[in-house]
Ligand binder design. Structure first.
Ligand SMILES: [Cu+2]
Length: 140
């Protein structure tokens, strides 16, 4: 398991190094539906601001949650952001944005610590249905 994580991190690092050599990419788009994130893993650089666009192609609301991560400069806007859990019910999440069916929302943040973090959808039953992903933070 650890080996797998290390290999994924190394691969992500090499991939980002190739892409990053021309221009560091800070804009990431995720498409969500029942019940997955596409792509299932996203890679960002520690210390660089990220603008994550989440497009919900599904028939129901979904959200993007990272329960524990060291982040700063967090803000969220867009369709459904104020609905469901965002208004305080899940303030224990370090990163969270909801996106209504057919909508788009944007989550801005800067990740401070390299590592691999689990993404999950906190809408009831969705994580159990396999709606998880990975946020990979690499050092610059
Ligand atoms: Cu969901």
């Amino acid at each position: 398991m650890l080996y797998k994580k290390i290999m994924i991190s190394v691969f992500a690092f090499l991939l980002s190094a190739c892409v990053g050599s021309s221009k560091p990419s800070v804009e990431v788009t995720l498409t969500v539906n029942e019940f997955s994130y596409n792509p299932p893993a996203i890679t960002v650089s520690a210390g660089l601001p990220v603008e994550l666009t989440i497009k919900n192609d599904g028939q129901v609301e979904h959200d993007f949650v990272v329960e524990k991560i060291d982040v700063s400069s967090v803000s969220a806007e867009g369709a459904g952001v104020g609905e469901n859990h965002m208004a305080g019910g899940h303030s224990e999440y370090d990163l969270h944005v909801s996106t209504s069916a057919g909508g788009t929302s944007i989550l801005k943040f800067t990740a401070n610590e390299p590592g691999t973090y689990k993404i999950l959808c906190s809408v009831e039953g969705h994580e159990e249905a396999g709606m998880i992903g990975e946020l990979i933070v690499v050092s610059e």
